[in-house]
Design a protein around this ligand. Structure first.
Ligand code: F6R
Length: 365
């Protein structure tokens, strides 16, 4: 049932191009995003004053990426909330609030409770869910499915990736209704979403590089991920993947925060994974690499292909991913991070598909 792969996680990582294709292509017609299941009118969305994205774990990390992308494309405030916090924080939801819930399983108890709380306060709810007919899908006002197919490994990969692209599609759709997206930007992002499976195949073909770095670094006992903007949001996911399956302590930081405390943890030999795929802030990413190198860190960087050489001037090693529109870039960048976590866990002999203390669907508080 693993289709020749040693673990479901690896199988599911390799299923990502197809899962993304299945999520995107039925929703594109004649160069436009078509979301037949979404019953949000132009009048309604024009009256929305706040957008909340509520989720747990990796789904929350999709929300972190989406906050940057949606605010860029919709020019509306977007707040990302952990479901376990949202449900008890007396949230400022009213009938001008659109509240989006992201969940692979559709059964996460905190997310479900947060959904009920948002509805009770008059918010309009939209669920982005993978499991058809799940509780969250049934209770939300609207539901859009990620067509990732069944995900077996506890650590999510293809569900995360399909959530990302679906959130991008929704942003294009709503931004078009609001008139906040330039036509050329709309066309480029949509084109890049359609081109994503093929670019992802290229990332997956460079697996040997990642394997090599995993064999070099699997013995570290603490690993830091740094980045800015979308790279920061992606780093949160890279760090979670690593810690949950390899049991290595890991933290993700917004690079600008290093100086406010974290940099004291950097010693000679500490591994820093420096994310530099967000092109508008690439120079800042480079200068943060210089900063941690000066404290003796070993730096493994991630950059887009055109900027790989430049990054190699400062980092010890660089993994490159194909370039795409910045809004879509995390969909490519996250894959080497998933593979890195996988191969590090493999080297350490961990139970990859069933990490200790974790369940696939968290139906208790
Ligand atoms: C991490 C992971 C978890 C889930 C979280 C939410 O790899 O899988 O962090 O993302 O438990 O689950 P869903 O998306 O089912 O609500």
């Amino acid at each position: 049932e693993k289709g020749g792969y040693p673990h479901f996680m690896l199988k599911e990582i390799f299923e990502q191009p197809e899962a993304i294709r299945k999520t995107v292509s039925p929703r594109v017609r004649e160069g436009r995003v078509v979301l037949d299941d979404l019953r949000l009118t132009k009048e309604y969305i024009q009256g929305v004053s706040r957008i909340f994205i509520v989720a747990c774990g990796s789904s929350y990390h999709v929300g972190m990426v989406s906050k940057y992308n949606w605010e860029r494309l919709l020019r509306r405030p977007v707040e990302v909330c952990l479901a376990s916090e949202f449900r008890y924080c007396d949230p400022l939801v009213d009938d001008h609030s659109l509240v989006i819930f992201i969940s692979q399983s559709g059964e996460t108890l905190d997310t479900m409770a947060a959904l009920r709380e948002a509805k009770r306060r008059g918010g309009r709810t939209l669920a982005v869910v993978n499991v058809v007919g799940s509780s969250i899908a049934r209770e939300a006002d609207d539901v859009l499915y990620t067509w990732a197919g069944p995900e077996i490994a506890v650590a999510t990969t293809k569900a995360y990736s399909t959530q990302l692209v679906l959130m991008d599609l929704i942003a294009l759709y709503l931004g078009d209704l609001l008139g906040t997206i330039e036509k050329t930007e709309y066309d480029t992002i949509l084109h890049e979403l359609e081109a994503l499976p093929e670019k992802l195949e290229r990332v997956l073909a460079s697996i040997e590089d990642v394997k090599y770095f995993a064999s070099r670094y699997f013995n570290h006992d603490s690993i830091f991920f740094i980045g800015r903007n979308l790279d920061y949001a992606m780093g949160l996911e890279g760090s979670l993947k690593l810690k949950e399956i390899s049991y290595i302590h890991s933290e993700a930081y917004a690079s600008g925060e290093l100086k406010h405390g974290t940099i004291s943890l950097i010693e000679p030999g500490t591994l820093v994974v420096a994310l530099g795929t967000y092109e508008p802030l690439f120079d800042k990413a480079m200068s943060n690499v210089v900063e941690v190198k000066a404290r003796g860190a070993e730096v493994l960087a991630l950059a887009t292909e055109p900027l790989k050489e430049k990054m190699a001037h400062t980092a010890d090693s660089v993994i490159a991913v194909p370039e795409t529109h910045p809004v879509v870039q995390p969909s490519l960048g996250v894959v080497p991070l998933q593979l890195f976590a996988y191969y590090v866990a493999l080297q350490r002999g961990c139970d990859i598909d069933k990490p200790r203390n974790l369940a696939k669907s968290v139906t208790v508080e």
